[in-house]
Design a protein around this ligand. Structure first.
Ligand SMILES: [Zn+2]
Ligand SMILES: [Zn+2]
Ligand SMILES: [Zn+2]
Ligand SMILES: [Zn+2]
Length: 522
């Protein structure tokens, strides 16, 4: 392992075929920098996972080999014919190459018959798999041991106690790991929590969450805006793309948190999950680079916005924080801000998904207290958008609804342009959803003789432009993911839309010629 040296960064690895180099600094540890200028959409790195398994809090049964959820009752679960422990989705799954490795199967074969009960504790699987690498892949194991574990920060905390009860003690009970392995297992649990990438399940279900370790990709540094776009395909292969232009020598970043969170929430999630204080540009600016994800409407002047002028303080609702209106300079206590936000959180959480009117009136009510881009307003807007989407599929959606849908998407896109400046999945979806009402409104207006065919072409061209931009943002998505499928649909719709535009243009020309010949006749 290379020692950290002062604050000066230096490059520690140069492989000529890589598009990134590994640098080291006291602030970031080991991290990736661009080995050359990188353009948006360019592949920076591709990697197979070292280990894949369910998250620590996984509930239910899953196939040890292909990792698909198993829905049958425990008594009927099929098991690997060799070890009689590993649960399988179907017997044929044993024959395909998957994640139930020979090392794992052999270890299970040496333990007592009741070990199959381990499938009731899926959270133990990933730490066990990581540990097994010492035997099966010693070269990867060397890399794993270099990873950050934050064991000292974790010792004695609730997460430590949880892993002790739900991982260490269980693996020891089944004799899969010796009693002297406690410290090492806790270290491995730390390595997993700090370095894993969460994988989205193909069906997007929240209770089927997997995570994986990618040894090289784990070096990517964090920034709340990032300059990369990550995808994982069906084989769990990770690809890192440049989402924006990255100059040679610049740091390669990925956003470990969600983009629709306020500074307080992002920093808290990074502090708790990754053990560092983020001081990126987005976190350091009280106005979050103009996105206003955490701004509140000033209750005194009602014109300005109340923001934390000291965004990097450790306790955002304590003494150090300075919640102040940018206009009238009034100060509000952190306690009041906290209470207000908690109240809004419960209102947003309790709001019904499908009641459009109720969601609209709640949004209006909340906008008296929070900025229209506040992350809680955005959460509500997402719910509202879902209910609009439902209405869109009805036979003849109202013009008013189409306009509202477009405006809502536009508001979300404006925030995304700040928080996800390059290629972005969310931007792709939002742009796609903006093209729908644009095209539908144009056709409706034309049918009602409110616009000429020339104006219709103009409006359809706008829809075309939105669809092209949507496609640009969705193009990198693997074909089997929901966004990959959306990209495919967008491509088909683009073809249809272009045909539609050509047809209307041809009609316009015929009309024009007809009109001209009529004039000449006169
Ligand atoms: Zn399977
Ligand atoms: Zn087996
Ligand atoms: Zn940040
Ligand atoms: Zn004010």
């Amino acid at each position: 392992m290379v020692e950290k040296q002062g604050s000066i960064r230096h490059v520690v690895s140069v492989k000529s075929d890589l598009k990134y180099k590994v640098a080291i600094s006291s602030e970031l540890g080991r991290y990736m920098i661009a080995a050359k200028d990188l353009v948006p959409g360019e592949v920076i790195h591709r990697e197979q996972p070292a280990v894949v398994g369910p998250v620590a809090f996984y509930e239910g049964s899953l196939c040890f080999n292909c990792l698909k959820p198993i829905t049958v009752t425990t008594s009927k679960i099929l098991r690997c014919t060799k070890c009689k422990v590993a649960s399988l989705c179907q017997l044929a799954c044993e024959l395909i190459s998957g994640f139930h490795s020979d090392a794992e199967c052999e270890l299970f074969q040496t333990t007592d018959p009741c070990t199959h009960e381990i499938s009731k504790h899926p959270g133990t699987l990933l730490p066990l798999r990581l540990w097994l690498l010492h035997k099966s892949h010693p070269e990867i194991w060397e890399n794993i041991l270099q990873m950050e574990d934050h064991i000292n920060e974790r010792r004695g905390t609730p997460v430590w106690r949880d892993r002790n009860e739900n991982v260490v003690q269980i693996l020891q009970k089944f004799g899969l790991i010796g009693n002297d392995g406690t410290e090492l297992l806790q270290r491995l649990c730390g390595i997993l929590d700090v370095n894993c990438f969460e994988l989205r399940s193909p069906d997007n279900s929240r209770n089927h969450l997997l995570r994986a370790i990618y040894v090289d990709a784990a070096l990517i540094a964090h920034d709340c805006r990032g300059n990369t776009h990550l995808t994982v395909d069906d084989e769990h292969r990770l690809t890192i793309y440049a989402s924006a232009f990255i100059a040679k020598g610049a740091t390669i970043y990925f956003n470990y948190t969600a983009s629709f969170l306020g500074t307080v929430e992002r920093r808290e999630s990074l502090r708790k999950g990754k053990y560092f204080e983020c001081s990126c540009e987005l976190c350091s600016d009280p106005y979050e680079l103009g996105s206003h994800l955490s701004s509140l409407v000033c209750p005194r002047c009602r014109k300005g916005y109340v923001v934390n002028q000291n965004p990097l303080c450790v306790d955002p609702y304590g003494q150090e924080a300075k919640w102040q209106c940018g206009q009238c300079k009034s100060l509000l206590s952190g306690k009041v801000i906290n209470t207000t936000l908690n109240l809004i959180i419960s209102m947003v959480d309790d709001s019904a998904h499908n009641n459009m009117e109720a969601l609209e009136s709640l949004l209006q009510k909340l906008l008296r207290t929070i900025h229209t881009n506040h992350y809680l307003a955005l959460e509500l807007k997402q719910k509202l958008l879902t209910s609009y989407r439902g209405e869109l599929s009805t036979v003849n959606p109202e013009k008013k609804l189409l306009k509202k849908m477009f405006d809502l998407c536009k508001e979300i896109l404006d925030v995304l342009n700040i928080t996800e400046p390059g290629i972005s999945r969310l931007k792709g979806i939002t742009l796609y959803e903006m093209h729908l009402p644009t095209a539908m409104l144009a056709s409706k207006s034309y049918s009602a003789c409110e616009i000429t065919s020339l104006e219709l072409v103009e409006r359809l061209r706008k829809a075309e432009e939105l669809l092209e931009k949507a496609l640009f943002n969705l193009l990198l998505e693997p074909a089997t993911t929901p966004e990959g499928r959306l990209g495919k649909r967008a491509l088909q719709e683009l073809k249809l839309l272009r045909q539609n535009i050509t047809d209307v243009e041809a009609l316009t020309r015929i009309d024009d010629d007809h009109h001209r010949s009529e004039i000449q006749c006169k």
